[in-house]
Structures are given as structure tokens and as C-alpha cells.
Design a protein around this ligand. Sequence first.
Ligand code: GLP
Length: 245
Amino acid sequence: MKVIVTSNYEEMCAAAAQMILNQVRNKPNSKLGLATGGTACGVYDVIVREYTAHKVDFSNVKTVNLDEYMGVEPNNEISYAHYMKERLFDKVNLKPENTYVASGKNDVAEETKLFNDRLNEGGVIDLQLLGVGVNGHIGFNEPAEELVAGVHVVELSESTILANSRFFESIADVPHCSITMGVGDILKAKKIVLIASGKEKMQAITYLLMNDKVSTKVPVSLLKLHADATVIIDKELADAVGYVS
Ligand code: GLP
């Protein structure tokens, strides 16, 4: 695992965005795995700025998103489909048919098949962007005795419902289930870029960076098994975990 420490959140986002932009410039028909969440917002801002300055072309790029809340319409403001449209899809020249965010409203078996079809179509993901939950989840693969390799529906932990409630009017509005890529799907990506900032992620990042262990109870630690994973964290988080580069 390669670890990059940046001086702040903005630089962390710029570094992750540069990796994505380089990927697309080097391979214009790249397949990108995309993430949502507060941390990724700044990454999309940089990508949109570069696109607006005519420095990158997404016309042949394909994207697949990590996850989506169950029971939520794609046009609902709380959906990850809406997040992606607002932050990226409507602002760059990605073709709508080349993007995929699972529908939380469709029949589960049908949606799982569609999700798998998109994951397999045209080869594996070239670069997967990842955030990390406060409890160490990736996608929505929550800490557990066993993790699921493929696409599945998962019940969200109390910790995740609480952490994500900041995006909702009240905690009661946070969906309790989501559909997510499995850890096997994530680890199949050729390249993984994980971003994390702020002290809230301290416990998960301490386990990731400060020991040589892997545990299904800290799903992000599975990145240690990947041949080309880059972890980008800001100084505040690096200092909190005691990581020295
Ligand atoms: C959400 C998403 C994850 C994301 C994580 C971190 O639950 N399912 O894919 O990485 O939480 O989110 P944030 O960046 O808002 O802390």
C-alpha cells in the first residue's frame, strides 16, 4: 500500500482527482469505480474544474458506483444517484448510458443481476475511488464476522446510520439497508485510491496503517491485500493516528 499524507483536505482531494484524471488521460476508455459521501465531494469539484478548463474528456469513460440506499428513488435528493448527477454526471461529458448507480427501488434480484452485468461489462474496473466509514466500512461492507465478496443487500450498522444522518433531516429518515459492491468486487479493481480526512476516521485508519493485520471487522484493512492501493489522508488524520511518512 502506498500512503500519501497531504497538508489538508483540499490537497487530499486534488491528489485523488489527479490520479483519476491521469487514469482517464492515459486510457480514455477507462472504467472508473466511484464513491459518494462527504469526503469525495472535493474530488469531484476538482475533476469538474479540470473538465471545464478542457483538460480532460469523459466521452468514452464508463463508471460504476459502489452503492445505493435501498427503497430510495434515484431522483430523491438523498439518493447516491442524485449526489452523482449533481456533483459529476451533469457537469462533465460522461454519457448517461455509460454511468451506473444501482437503483434502490428495483427488485433486488433484478438489480443485483444488472449491477453484476455492469461490473463485468468490458472488463474490470481500472480505478476504484473509495472513502471509508467511521467504523471502517468500504462501500457499505459493514464490519462483520464474515464479509460478502459479491454484490449484495446489507443492513446498515447503528454507527453508519448515525454517521450518515448528517445528510438527512432526521436520523429517522436514514434508510436501514443498502445495495453494495462486495469486498471481492472492490478488490478486483486494478487500482484503488482511498481518501480519508479528519479525526473521525482515526480508529479505522489506525488499524489500516499502524499494524500488519487484516480483519473483516475493519473492512478497509482488506486493502492491504491489494497490489496497487493508494491511501491518501490529510495531516490532521495522520497526526491523530501517529502515522509518520
Ligand atoms: C458512506 C458510503 C461510503 C463512504 C463512507 C464515508 O456510508 N457508503 O462509500 O465511503 O460512507 O463517507 P464520508 O465521506 O461522508 O465520511
